[in-house]
Design a protein around this ligand. Structure first.
Ligand code: PLP
Length: 925
């Protein structure tokens, strides 16, 4: 009977991106259907329809649950047997218990036996109901044994499966640090699906012979399985297939601990590329050994060395004869006035406040103990070779990296709309700056990112001018504030073909979470660096390069098209992979504010960078780093390694539901237009031709293709909404409507857009609330229009027109003035020289452009040169930097801006510019 139920034409797993919502929703819908069914007269048409609906839902759920430990296959057999026997009342009861156990997650704490109907089970159910109510409350964070699932890949019969599961169950001891249950799958494909759909899986035991094909048709895997032929796989040896499977599991979820159980030629297996296996077990290895090895592996990730050390330290009685009266709460516990600080924060934070670097603690500036370990674990989690904690935000992390790598007069290619910390970093390092322009999105007053063509063109200009050896670094923002994501691998590969030792600094302030999702991860700096290094070391690449080189050498090297119109490949004998990434961990993962990390994948780090890096780190790091920030970074790393996959998946799910509603609700569409991939990435950069990741019929199936191929993609978790049709500008919408009326906080706006960012803390409830608010606002705008008089309508129409049609084009970087340039053929400028030249008052003057004074100077042929950074908010990047020539376009943009905040510009005085005399010999100034 059961068999017939599993034959669905196209499985629900095609909607992998929304799998956990689909799972929860289907269970709830099933419960609802059964609730109705039991109230119907048997056999009536409504009952027949409901029976069919229950059948469909059970079928769908059985597929999903096949990859989860709870409910077990045994539980499902029980459900089907109740269904087949038409015992709908009992089925409803069991499903209710099951849903409750899933929501309250009681299955993580105890065995839930669905066949029980006795009084104990009722008690447990009441307990579950209470737990369900408590979930999400801070006080409910239990310190009980964490739970995970062990995936076993083996072609077992149902009976054998039960035996294995029970064998592992029987090993559980109350003193174990973790508790786990077992999920078994029987094929290669099913193993991959399981790790994709079941975030509870933390360890995987690959055993014996298993076939390739799943019994389901699963489009979710399309991209991962490309190029694998079933035939070839079936012909591979057991060991080869296991090794391939392990490397694919590693690609999807690198954190999973994998173990191989082999029966065959053990020595031969051990000599293969088995780097993704923690350990190989021989067939005879007993369960006890496996059990302990698995628990130890999980513990290795779960450990938080610095957080643990700090907690231990806080328990020790210590006499403080040093700084920090607040340490151990001393200055506040006896205070007559400041005691409420303890009431608010609790005592632990004060017990953990210390300046000690010994006694179990460590020194951030010269780590040797738990901080060192915590940083090593961070490197493992983010796929770096080295990681460093930073307690003053990515603003500081960026400056450290630049100072460590860039000497005065080294040339740095950098996106001009990068974060301001980079511009200041350039000043501090004395870099000669070559600004790169991002493609503009004039309709939304925002920038995209820098096209590869532009980067290659600039590098080529340096090559032709004989200046390439001075180019040290390419610095780009990935992803941008608005969510435009580079094809990091492609950018690095092609740039390395022109300059094989180029250093890359990827500002991933907004992208730390990306390391924990298989679609996002390939577009991170660390992943790209590692995979490129592996690629260039392979024989296959040497062959590819030789063939490419033969073709390339036949072309005319003086023709720009030779370099710009074709894909370039670097010389494997010359190339060095030198990549750095900076993360505002606090922006997208668990960390206290300012908690950030620098991740390094630099083949030359040890020989060439370690010492200057250390000095740069010392330059910018406080000698009193905040221990709570460091501890939170340690915990944030652990959480990401244990459940980052699940949390990021849920974040993506939440954002996709928000987008779906905005794409499809007619009232919302009228006022709030959510920007699609194609709105933010012009067609030339979309090789896949995917306009939108979402299609009303196929769902979110197109996302992977775009992410795998295109030059740029939009991160769907950052939802930019064009609000021009409301007649309200971005800033007013943010403050007057969202914050003041509904307490919704957003940060980024442009003239006619607002950005809603989801993160790993965004719940389905929060999305529902936001949608509710947007619907209320849309109704408000609707009423405003309906009830407005003719003159009022004119005003609204005028505003809408201004916000949607009258958008000042965004200006490109003009150029550095000749006084700050070193070479006529290349664009770099000495920003530091210009910056400090402005320190002497006599070198500068103010010129107003609102009264035409500045324009008059320009008309007379004067190069008017900015003496400061001028940064309007929004968009929040400098339209002028020190040493830059003011252009007509920049003036037009500044005049058209209707923002209140422009840093570096005082309307009553005008722009600060250099006097003509100061520009004659700035170096002397
Ligand atoms: C791209 C980018 N880089 C760096 C930073 C600075 O990060 P932090 O706030 O951690 O100093 C920001 C802040 O918004 C940013 O947007």
């Amino acid at each position: 009977m059961q068999e017939s139920h599993t034959e669905t034409p196209y499985t629900a797993l095609g909607f992998y991106h929304k799998i956990s919502q689909l799972r929860a929703d289907t269970w709830n819908a099933l419960k609802r259907d059964l609730g109705q069914l039991v109230r119907q007269e048997a056999g009536c048409p409504r009952a027949r329809t409901l029976v069919k609906a229950v059948d469909v839902k059970l079928t769908r759920l059985e597929i999903i649950e096949d990859y989860h430990a709870f409910p077990s296959k045994e539980d499902f057999r029980h459900l089907w047997s109740l269904f087949d026997r038409e015992e709908y009342a009992l089925l409803e009861k069991v499903v209710k218990r099951l849903v409750r156990a899933l929501i309250s997650e009681s299955y993580r704490r105890r065995h839930v036996d669905l066949s029980e109907t006795d009084a104990d089970a009722e008690d447990m159910e009441t307990l579950d109901a209470l737990n369900q109510l408590r979930r999400g409350h801070p006080a409910s964070n239990s310190s009980a044994q964490p739970y995970f699932e062990l995936l076993i890949v083996d072609n077992l019969s149902p009976q054998e499966e039960e035996v294995v599961r029970e064998a592992f169950h029987n090993l559980r001891r109350p003193e174990d640090r973790f508790v786990y249950d077992v999920v078994t799958v029987r094929s290669f494909e099913d193993a991959l699906i399981a790790v994709l759909v079941n975030p509870n899986i933390q360890a995987c035991l690959i055993r014996y012979e298993f076939p390739y094909k799943s019994k389901y048709n699963l489009s979710a895997l399309r991209n991962y399985l490309e190029g694998l032929s079933e035939q070839e796989l079936e012909n591979q040896s057991e060991a080869d297939r296991s090794i391939l499977l392990s490397s694919m599991i590693h690609e999807l979820r690198p954190e999973i601990d994998q173990f191989l159980v082999t029966s065959g030629d053990v020595e031969a297996t051990a000599s293969r590329d088995i780097r993704h296996f923690n350990r190989i077990f021989y067939r005879e290895t007993d369960y006890i050994e496996q059990h302990h090895t698995i628990l130890r592996a999980i513990d290795n990730r779960y450990r938080t060395p610095f957080f643990d050390a700090l907690r231990e330290y806080s328990k020790k009685p210590t006499g403080v004869f040093h700084a920090m009266p607040i340490s151990r709460g001393k200055s506040v516990t006896r205070s007559h006035w400041a005691g409420h600080m303890i009431d608010f924060y609790g005592i632990n934070i004060f017990l953990a406040e210390t300046s000690a670097t010994s006694g179990g603690l460590d020194s951030l500036l010269q780590p040797f103990g738990p901080i060192k370990k915590a940083q090593e674990y961070a490197a493992r989690a983010f796929g770096a070779r080295q990681s460093f904690f930073v307690t003053n935000g990515t603003s500081t992390a960026n400056k450290i990296v630049v100072q460590a790598l860039v000497k005065p007069r080294d040339i740095v290619l950098i996106d001009r709309d990068c974060h301001k910390s980079h511009h200041y970093g350039m000043v501090l390092a004395g870099a000669h700056v070559s600004y790169l322009d991002s493609y503009p999105l004039n309709d939304y007053s925002m920038y995209g990112a820098v096209p590869l063509h532009e980067i290659k063109k600039t590098l080529l200009a340096y090559k032709r001018a004989g200046e390439l050896d001075k180019v040290k670094m390419l610095l780009l923002t990935n992803c941008t504030f608005d969510g435009v994501v580079y094809n990091v691998r492609r950018v690095m590969e092609e740039c390395l073909a022109i300059k094989p030792d180029l250093v890359f600094l990827w500002d991933e302030a907004w992208f730390a979470f990306a390391s924990f999702n298989p679609t996002y991860r390939p577009r991170t700096a660390m992943h790209a660096a590692r995979t490129l290094r592996d690629r260039y070391r392979s024989e296959a690449y040497r062959e590819e390069y030789a063939a490419w080189k033969a073709e390339f050498d036949a072309l005319d090297p003086d023709d720009d098209a030779t370099w710009l119109e074709r894909r370039l490949l670097p010389d494997p004998d010359a190339v060095r992979i030198r990549a750095y990434a900076t993360h505002s961990t606090h922006k997208t993962l668990t960390s206290l504010r300012q908690g950030s990390m620098i991740h390094v994948y630099d083949q030359d780090f040890r020989q060439r960078v370690e010492a200057p890096f250390h000095e740069a780190y010392m330059t910018h790091t406080s000698t009193s780093p905040n221990y709570q920030i460091l501890a939170s970074l340690d915990v944030g790393r652990m959480q990401a390694e244990m459940e980052g996959f699940e949390l990021v998946h849920a974040q993506v799910e939440a954002a996709l539901s928000l987008r779906e509603q905005l794409y499809t609700n007619p009232l919302l569409q009228k006022y709030f237009r959510v920007l699609k991939n194609s709105d933010m990435v012009p067609e030339t950069y979309r090789e896949s031709k995917v306009d939108s990741f979402y299609d009303p019929v196929t769902g979110w199936n197109q996302m992977e293709e775009a992410w795998a191929r295109d030059e740029f993609v939009v991160d769907p978790t950052r939802v930019t909404i064009a609000i021009g049709a409301t007649g309200v500008d971005g800033d007013a919408f943010k403050n007057e409507y969202l914050m003041n009326k509904y307490g919704i906080q957003i940060n980024k706006t442009s003239r006619n857009t607002v950005l809603f960012m989801t993160n790993i803390g965004t719940s389905r409830g929060a999305i529902a609330y936001l949608l509710d608010v947007l619907i209320k606002l849309a109704k408000e705008f609707e009423t405003r229009w309906e009830e407005s008089s003719r003159p009022e309508r004119k005003i609204i129409e005028h505003r809408v027109h201004s916000l949607t049609q009258e958008l000042p084009p965004l200006p490109d970087f003009s150029r550095f003035h000749g006084a700050f340039r070193q070479c006529a053929d290349t664009p770099q400028g000495d920003i530091r020289c210009a910056y400090f030249l402005a320190y002497d008052e006599e070198n500068t003057e103010y010129l107003r452009f609102d009264n035409g004074a500045l324009q008059a100077e320009m008309r007379q042929g004067r190069d008017v040169v900015s003496a400061s950074f001028v940064i309007p908010y929004p968009p929040g990047f400098p339209v002028l930097v020190p040493g830059q020539v003011v252009s007509e376009e920049i003036l037009a943009f500044l005049q058209a801006l209707d923002v209140k905040e422009i840093h570096g510009y005082r309307p009553e005085l005008g722009l600060l510019v250099f006097t003509e005399a100061a520009l004659v010999d700035p170096a002397a100034g």
